[in-house]
Design a protein around this ligand. Structure first.
Ligand code: ADE
Length: 225
């Protein structure tokens, strides 16, 4: 998969991309990630990318020209042009189902906003998808892009150490994951549930299923039918 990220703050990404799962996926050649600074496309002599909103009001709006040129040039850099996604709080809510869908794409172009938003004509001209990671407002789309990339990259075949890990995640079966335990068998007086030490895999599976349902009911009742 190829991921292109358009942002005014490319400097926030290298730490994230250089560690853990994103780093492994890049080293294995499973994902190729290209960062693009939107400001590089500004035709303004001060490299301006935002301006005051018509009609007044607080904040600044991202102007059309740099972003349009950036998106159009980046999409032409490779084939296919890629699924074009703008990160914005008014977008469709991102979830695990969408992460799995995006993991099937050959190429995704993620556009991170800043300031109060984008000039609406950018949406009219490009007709991109709009995605949000939740009902709260970030100071920019960068953290949202990282959340989405992380959720998608770990689903790409060959990325995770054990192929079963992603399938066992919370939400994949529509409910939360079961609790996990590892060594030691007892810690500060708390023992690992005996069933997990029994070696009886049918009983362990049944216990995990029951625990997953119980936790879903307790923490996320909205997920249960
Ligand atoms: N940009 C600002 N807030 C956002 C959110 N909640 N999701 C995606 N992009 C955003």
């Amino acid at each position: 998969m190829r991921l292109d990220i358009l942002t005014l703050f490319p400097g926030v990404f290298p730490g994230f991309l250089g560690e853990s799962i994103p780093r492994i996926a890049r080293e294995k050649g499973i994902v190729e990630i290209r960062l693009h600074d939107i400001r590089d496309w500004s035709a303004d002599r001060h490299a301006k990318v935002d301006d005051r909103p018509f009609g007044g009001g607080p904040g600044m709006v991202m102007v059309c020209q740099p972003l349009m040129d950036a998106v159009e040039t980046v999409q032409k850099m490779a084939e296919p042009p890629g699924r074009l996604i703008f990160l914005t709080p008014e977008g469709r809510r991102f979830d695990q189902t969408l992460a799995a869908e995006l993991a099937q794409e050959d190429r995704i172009v993620l556009v991170c906003g800043r300031y109060e938003g984008f000039d609406e004509r950018i949406f009219e001209l490009l007709r991109p998808e709009r995605l949000s990671i939740g009902d709260f407002v970030l100071s920019g789309g960068e953290a949202a892009a990282m959340a989405i990339m992380d959720a998608v990259i770990r689903l790409l075949p060959g990325t995770l150490g054990s192929p079963g890990s992603a399938a066992a995640d919370s939400f994949v079966s529509g409910i939360l994951d079961h609790p996990h335990y590892t060594h030691p068998v007892e810690f500060r007086g708390l023992a690992v549930p005996a069933v997990l030490l029994s070696g009886n895999h049918a009983r362990i599976d049944a216990w995990r299923r029951e625990q997953a349902l119980e936790r879903t009911g307790r923490f996320r009742p909205d997920l249960l039918p």
